[in-house]
Design a protein. Structure first.
Length: 299
């Protein structure tokens, strides 16, 4: 039995030279942080690059889908479930291939039609393969290993100010994308579960990965049509963006940067509390279900 547990992030990116843009503080979410810092720079300068908005959205959602599915594959390996490993890999393969078409800067005004077409074709392959993954995850085998383990109740999630998939798996309807006019135009609705256990966190990430794949497809279509995105709301205090593990906030004031990940410490605390009293094998599954990052963000 686990009698006591403490979880903390231990890795940190080096400080960049004065005046230089910061490195993504979490190496597991580099695209989301790149988009957030680019947006914060535009807010600070007063010049927004709206033409690249659909491309940035596609990149962020591709990263989210890949992050969630790679996590699911790692969980499958922990559970000793080779079929689930193979099915998750089958969805990841075309998504990773699609990401290779993205420009590094992500501020490119237009995406060539041929590139957008190739990306969309790969995304369609991934969308078709998700059905097999969903069938496996909604079977009894996953439930036997994860249901009712590591429960985080809705009141606890609210009291800890949890964010991201962990909060939404506990019934907290909070997602930074809900306030973004681009996502609203695409009909985005956040996925929410109620049970708050390891199974809920798993199924919610699968729902989000599937939704992200659809969002990428719609955003690429708008990029190919050269559709002008809605104007972003005024954000004098910086940019908040929903990353794979929760909200990210970037603010630039002249040459000073402030980068934070609201809810990160709360997730570490909740994970540590959730494993106390469990046998070691179950504790490892529960700890994995929180999908914690080892990278520190903020001071």
């Amino acid at each position: 039995m686990v009698a006591e547990c403490g979880v903390r992030a231990t890795l940190r990116q080096p400080r960049p030279p004065v005046g230089a843009a910061p490195l993504p503080p979490d190496a597991l979410s580099p695209v989301a942080w790149l988009v957030a810092t680019a947006g914060a720079s535009e807010v600070d300068s007063g010049v927004a690059v709206r033409n690249g908005a659909w491309l940035r959205l596609s990149a962020v959602e591709l990263e989210r889908a890949v992050s969630h599915l790679a996590w699911l594959r790692a969980l499958a390996r922990l559970l000793g479930w080779p079929t689930l490993v193979e099915e998750a890999s089958a969805v990841l393969e075309p998504l990773n291939a699609s990401r290779l078409h993205l420009p590094v800067e992500l501020a490119t005004p237009d995406l060539p039609d041929t590139t957008a077409h190739d990306m969309a074709a790969l995304v369609d392959v991934a969308a078709a393969r998700v059905a097999h993954l969903r069938e496996l995850c909604h079977g009894r085998r996953l439930a036997r290993r994860t249901a009712r383990l590591g429960v985080v109740t809705h009141p606890t999630a609210v009291a800890l100010a949890l964010g991201g998939p962990v909060a939404r798996a506990s019934g907290v309807d909070a997602d930074a994308r809900s306030h973004d006019p681009l996502y609203r135009e695409l009909g985005f609705v956040p996925a929410v579960c109620e049970d708050g256990d390891a199974l809920a966190r798993t199924l919610l990430r699968l729902d989000e990965a599937e939704a992200s794949i659809a969002l990428v497809r719609h955003a690429l279509e708008r990029a190919r049509q050269y559709a002008v995105p809605p104007a972003p709301p005024a954000a004098p205090t910086g940019v908040t963006l929903e990353g794979p593990r929760g909200p990210l906030h970037a603010q630039r004031m002249r040459h000073e940067w402030r980068l934070t990940a609201p809810g990160q410490q709360a997730a570490l605390t909740a994970a540590a509390d959730a494993v106390v009293g469990l046998e070691w094998a179950a504790a490892l599954v529960v700890l994995s279900s929180f999908d914690l990052s080892p990278w520190k963000v903020g001071p």
